[in-house]
Design a binder for this molecule. Structure first.
Ligand SMILES: *[C@@H]1O[C@H](CO)[C@@H](O)[C@H](O)[C@H]1NC(C)=O
Length: 310
């Protein structure tokens, strides 16, 4: 019990640290995704011209506070997501391995990936209202507004206003694309990590160690961003709407592609990459280190056991 709590706290602190450093890019990403929504390319305004221009413009007009809008919501979301991952991963994995192999100690890559993705999806569903308020706080700007401007004083005020005017349904707006987005991301993260690692060892002769972990997690982060970004764009747009601009996430996707072209689903991609890369590198490389210590610990423990039997 205490180790799960320890893992929750340690993971939460690491995630919140990564979120603090990269939150400015997330703000730029959301504004880029909403900019020019349902407008053809030539009519679309371009107030934010890319990652660095976006960061610069927001910093100049709104200061660091502008870049960090919605940060407390991002923390709560991360803690919810991590809590669900830790809480649901082991039970799902144990159950499935019991059913398939009749032995819960078997480690199956497929089942592990499935359990990771399902616990991530549950976390995304639970945390969706926080992501919703976060998105609306981040798109609010007194200087260069994009999207519906919601006047929320803070995270709590946002949740309260949405609940009083639209009820639970309002709080869970966009939960579908939010679950798809996280499901996509969680299911490709580990397989691409191991794939990249094997390739780097085989073709570049890299050896086990920190540089290999960094390179493989960077490769994985890149792929995660590619598959996650289209549903992420749909999600941001579903979160922005207060009326019923779109009937469904699918409707949003189709109309976005029809009016703005296929590349519209990749609006804000580089800002997303700037956020995801440090995050993935930090979490995956850290996981390798903790696993290493875990194995060392287990070896010693098992060895001692064997000695005492002899
Ligand atoms: C955001 O949602 C509103 C509807 O609530 C819609 O009118 C608007 O076009 C959407 N996007 C932007 C960029 O404003």
């Amino acid at each position: 019990m205490s180790t799960t709590l320890g893992a929750f706290i340690a993971g939460g602190i690491a995630a919140c640290g990564a979120v603090t450093v990269t939150h400015g890019f997330e703000t730029v990403k959301i504004r880029l995704q909403l900019q020019g929504e349902l407008q053809s390319k030539k009519d679309a305004p371009r107030m934010y011209r890319g990652v660095f221009h976006g960061v610069g413009v927001i910093y100049k007009n709104e200061g660091p506070r502008g870049l960090l809008r919605g940060l407390s919501c991002a923390y709560i979301y991360q803690m919810t997501l991590n809590g669900c991952r830790l809480g649901f991963y082991e039970p799902i994995r144990t159950h499935l391995t019991n059913i398939v192999y009749k032995d819960s100690t078997v480690q199956s890559l497929g089942i592990n990936i499935f359990s990771g993705a399902s616990s991530g999806i549950l976390g995304a569903a639970a945390g969706s209202p926080f992501f919703l308020v976060k998105t609306r706080l981040q798109s609010f700007s007194p200087f260069l507004p994009v999207g519906t401007q919601h006047h929320y004083k803070n995270a709590w005020d946002g949740l309260r206003q949405i609940y009083t005017s639209e009820g639970m349904k309002g709080l869970y707006r966009g939960v579908g694309p939010a679950m798809i987005r996280t499901g996509f991301g969680s299911s490709v993260q580990l397989p691409t990590y191991f794939f990249a690692k094997r390739r780097l060892v085989r073709h570049l002769g890299m050896e086990e160690g920190v540089p290999l972990h960094l390179a493989s997690s960077a490769a994985s982060g890149f792929v995660v961003c590619c598959v996650m970004h289209p549903p992420d764009t749909v999600m941001s747009r579903m979160y922005n709407q207060t009326g019923n601009l779109y009937n469904s996430a699918f409707d949003c996707l189709v109309r976005t592609v029809k009016t703005e072209g296929i590349l519209a689903v990749y609006k804000g991609y580089f800002a997303h990459l700037a956020r995801i890369l440090p995050h993935t590198i930090l979490t995956l490389s850290l996981a390798e280190q903790t696993n290493k210590y875990m194995r060392k610990f287990e070896n010693r423990y098992v060895f001692k056991d064997v000695k005492s039997i002899i």
